[in-house]
Design a protein around this ligand. Sequence first.
Ligand SMILES: [Zn+2]
Length: 103
Amino acid sequence: MKQVNTLNSYSLRLPYKKDKKGNVLELIWSEGPTTIISAEKLRQACPCASCRTTKIKILPEVEILEIYPVGRYALNFLFSDNHNLGIYTYAYLRSLDESQDGI
Ligand SMILES: [Zn+2]
């Protein structure tokens, strides 16, 4: 059963990590299950203004190069296509979870 949480009710238990290839993000939350998101899906879901207004072509081999915490509520990523404008809130990241889909 999916739990409904309000924004900011999550905190991330460090370390979050990416795999060696940088193409899968694994986030371990202090409450609730681990969230797994592929870099391609994460990049596709970029919430920044320019990605929301422009159709972007995402290469399946896109990688996560860096992960930056934004305060205590969000993460920012640098992708291998040099894009780093998206601020992904914890709630948004959890909504992208692919671990149920068996990737
Ligand atoms: Zn973007």
